[in-house]
Design a protein around this ligand. Structure first.
Ligand SMILES: Nc1nc2c(c(=O)[nH]1)N[C@H]1C(S)=C(S)[C@@H](COP(=O)(O)OP(=O)(O)OC[C@H]3O[C@@H](n4cnc5c(=O)[nH]c(N)nc54)[C@H](O)[C@@H]3O)O[C@H]1N2
Ligand SMILES: Nc1nc2c(c(=O)[nH]1)N[C@H]1C(S)=C(S)[C@@H](COP(=O)(O)OP(=O)(O)OC[C@H]3O[C@@H](n4cnc5c(=O)[nH]c(N)nc54)[C@H](O)[C@@H]3O)O[C@H]1N2
Ligand code: SF4
Ligand SMILES: [Mo]
Length: 730
């Protein structure tokens, strides 16, 4: 998840070693024999190279590769790292075979020959492809202005260099439209930050000190796997584990108590808990007086959220609301772990806001292991040389409009987009699968006159719409620096093997295209290695003794943060007042209420009448990371086919039996899947897994074919969980 501070820089060289002059027109590659026995454990012998996982995942695991004769001989976790050592996750344990050496990997530039979306391409040389793209681009900029160009890059790699350093320079120099990169974390961060001024709170390791752990809308077992063993350790030492999730996730099943509210009602639940805590005088008056603002307004406000009212909104028993409030206030140290799970709805920002207040109400911050655990990217923002990362900011001349990625379909198809989007550059993301309103996105991308350029490893469902695809290197083939949004380590990724085929790092693509565009600034001549080094030119105490050379030898380092880490024992919140702000009258100018509140979702009458079930589309996949790896047969087999989770009551009402093939549909689209009847969802709610590629499913649609491209209440994020559907036997 890219944070406001996370942006980047770069330049060209090391990868000359990767320019192998790949001549063949075939895409099929053979897997080197040495690999068949590799990919599990680190062997002795060969050269050892340190690296780090690139995925948009809070863990950012350190890995070690041994290399023989320019090929990967073995691959596994860097066991020296105390947080991520031991194992990589199931998704990544065979990464070299599953991605880098996968036979379907794109190894030459490709030019479209069929209709858009058909996936028919022929190889083309880098030089010719860049020449053609630059000529078309110059023509579009002359005719429609630079804002007609939309960069669409996201966190498919979290590396600062391949993520955005050079692409940001390129698009800043051009003066293209800006992308509102809001699909993940924006709403969550906005909510917490309004209250606490920051997202950094309790550090993951300190969960060991917690005695009452609440995982609020996060599926730790799948999405944050290296935090789970610490939670288990805390439980062995007596901690109680509560999961609040409308879906019975793997994590919910493994908890001591699963509280299952209606989706999008967490703000009411949190306010109801406050009601009980205040009424029963379980709040910490001393902490509140010293370190918070607006308690009286909050107290008045929560009077409207008594347990009976909240019980109606959340569809939870009054007794559960009261019991949870008492347990939470008394169980000390108490920790609430939030990530992003509850953000994708119209009440999402206010839910994060309300939940983020709870530790200040009870004074949980006073204790080691007590408080709120959320993101950690602020550590990197402070510790690293972000002036270098953000060099592009000085390169942009004038203002440019921002297009919100959540509204990609609308931006491409609406007559009101002025200037119209005429060129789309997609890198590190697969929007046809991952953005809401899939059919509108596809309709936009089908337009013949739109120039679409995609940088990728595979011909994804998005790349199928490209005019030109450029082959990108994988994490085993390029330099990068990866900070983390979920833990306390910084990693350097070194290339282990030469770039395969004609693949090149994203940074190199942008350097080469800059040259063709006539952009002569020195910023476009900086090499990846130089950029990596520059990011570590810092004298911040968190980085004491951690230099580029140190990381080259070891791969990872933990930020040298003060111990014990008790960020808000004495207040010290990141707000302008320095206090936890329960009440904020200044927000009215932004159209935001001074206190968080539950609002009914304004569904249309048709949506209410014709589509009675609320649809959750969640990243419940254990073997994919968003849409990444959903094309790899080993991982497909392990994951199994998608199914719609439905309650027995809703299924019986529609004459649906377990395993029946059904059609899930609404105004946006439809999806064909078998039904899975059980207790995973509550009555009135159905659930589909997100991440499957539509082209690989019967019917050619996946979960986002159904989702609305509505915006959440804060941070410009997506309200894609505010979607209603009907289901029937197909
Ligand atoms: N295996 C695997 N791991 C992943 C990913 C993946 O796709 N697969 N994706 C990665 C990414 S990009 C991210 S951002 C993280 C996300 O990790 P998490 O923050 O854990 O978020 P999600 O997996 O989106 O959702 C977590 C849970 O939130 C629940 N939820 C949905 N709506 C609500 C609500 O209104 N209220 C509450 N209380 N809960 C709700 C869902 O049912 C789900 O079980 O995971 C990362 N890790
Ligand atoms: N319905 C629904 N939709 C969702 C969500 C949900 O919960 N429900 N979750 C949302 C969330 S939290 C997120 S973060 C987004 C994620 O959505 P995306 O950002 O689209 O993530 P991925 O689907 O994994 O796609 C990342 C792509 O980057 C490519 N890639 C990786 N490394 C490199 C590289 O070095 N160079 C290049 N050029 N490409 C690279 C991979 O091959 C992959 O195709 O999805 C969102 N969409
Ligand atoms: S996907 Fe996450 S858990 Fe798996 S190896 Fe990468 S960073 Fe670690
Ligand atoms: Mo995400």
């Amino acid at each position: 998840m890219p944070s406001p501070e996370k942006t980047n820089i770069t330049r060209r060289k090391f990868l000359d070693l990767g320019f192998k002059g790949y001549a063949g027109a075939q895409l099929a590659q053979t897997v080197p024999i040495t690999l068949i026995s590799a990919c599990a454990q680190i062997e002795q012998g060969g050269q050892t190279v340190h690296g780090v996982c690139y995925h948009d995942c809070p863990d950012s695991c350190s890995w070690t590769v041994t290399v023989r004769d320019g090929e990967v001989a073995s691959f596994g976790p860097n066991d020296q790292n105390p947080f991520t050592g031991g194992s990589l996750c199931n998704k990544m344990e065979k990464f070299p075979l599953d991605v880098t050496y996968h036979p379907d990997r794109i190894l030459t530039p490709l030019k479209r020959v069929g209709r858009k979306g058909a996936g028919e391409f022929e190889p083309i040389s880098w030089n010719q492809a860049l020449e053609e793209v630059s000529v078309k681009l110059k023509g579009l900029i002359t005719a429609y202005g630079a804002e007609s160009v939309l960069p669409f890059g996201y966190a498919g790699t979290q590396g600062l260099i391949q993520g955005s350093v050079m692409s940001n320079r390129f698009f800043a120099r051009m003066g293209s439209s800006l992308l509102g990169a809001t699909i993940c974390g924006s709403t969550a961060v906005a909510g917490n930050t309004l209250v606490n001024g920051q997202t950094l709170g309790v550090l993951p390791e300190d969960i060991l000190h917690s005695k009452y752990i609440v995982l609020w809308g996060t599926n730790t077992l799948h999405s944050n796997v290296h935090l789970w063993p610490l939670i288990q350790q805390a439980r062995r030492a007596g901690a109680r584990l509560i999961v609040i999730d409308p879906f019975e996730s793997a994590t919910a099943r493994a908890s001591d108590w699963h509280i299952q509210p209606m989706p999008g009602t967490d703000v009411a639940l949190a306010l109801g808990i406050m009601y009980v805590i205040i009424k029963e005088k379980l709040h910490d008056t001393d902490y509140i007086e010293k370190h918070t603002l607006g308690f009286e307004e909050l107290e008045r406000h929560v009077a409207g959220y008594d347990p009976e009212t909240v019980s109606q909104i959340c569809d939870l028993p009054v007794s559960a609301i009261k019991a949870f409030a008492r347990e939470y206030a008394r169980g000390r140290p108490s920790l609430i772990r939030i990530l992003v799970g509850m953000e994708h709805n119209r009440n999402g920002g206010d839910a994060f806001r309300a939940v983020s207040m709870l530790p200040s109400l009870t004074g949980a911050w006073r204790e080691h292991g007590g408080g709120l655990m959320h993101m950690t990217y602020e550590l990197a923002g402070q510790a690293l040389n972000y002036e270098r990362v953000n060099l592009h900011e000085s390169m942009r001349k004038g203002e440019s409009r921002t297009i919100n990625m959540v509204e990609l379909g609308k931006a491409l198809t609406s007559a009101g987009t002025d200037p119209p989007v005429k060129a789309l550059f997609v890198y590190n993301t697969n929007p046809v699968v991952t953005m809401p309103n899939q059919n509108l996105v596809r309709q936009g991308m089908e337009q013949e006159e739109l120039l679409t350029v995609v940088l990728e490893h595979f011909i994804t469902d998005t790349a199928k719409y490209a005019d030109y695809i450029f082959p990108a290197t994988t994490q085993l083939e390029h330099w990068d620096v990866v900070d983390s949004w979920g833990q306390t380590y910084i990693n350097l990724n070194q290339p282990a093997i030469p770039a395969r085929g004609e693949s090149r790092p994203n940074s190199e693509f942008f350097r080469l295209l800059a040259e063709k565009m006539g952009y002569t600034e020195a910023a476009f001549r900086e090499e990846d290695l130089e950029i990596a080094k520059s990011i570590f030119q810092t004298d911040h105490p968190y980085m004491e003794g951690v230099t580029f050379e140190y990381l080259r030898q070891h791969g990872w380092a933990r930020y040298k943060v003060p111990e014990p880490w008790l960020p808000h024992r004495e207040g010290n919140f990141g707000t302008t007042s320095g206090k936890c702000e329960f009440y904020n009258p200044g927000l009215a100018v932004q159209g935001v209420g001074p206190l968080p509140e539950y609002k009914k979702v304004p569904y249309s009458q048709t949506q209410i009448e014709n589509f009675p079930l609320q649809l959750l589309t969640i990243k419940s996949t254990r073997w994919f990371l968003n849409s990444s790896h959903a094309n790899v047969s080993r991982l497909q087999k392990a994951e199994g086919a998608p199914a719609l989770d439905i309650s027995r009551a809703d299924a019986e009402q529609r004459g649906i039996a377990d395993g029946d093939k059904i059609r899930v549909f609404n105004e946006n689209g439809e999806m064909l899947v078998p039904a899975r009847i059980g207790n995973r969802t509550r009555k009135g709610v159905v659930c589909l897994p997100q991440g499957f590629w539509p082209s690989l499913l019967e019917g050619g649609s996946s979960a986002n074919a159904l989702t609305n491209d509505w915006l959440a209440d804060l941070g410009g994020g997506s309200a894609l969980q505010d979607t209603r559907v009907e289901v029937e036997k197909s």
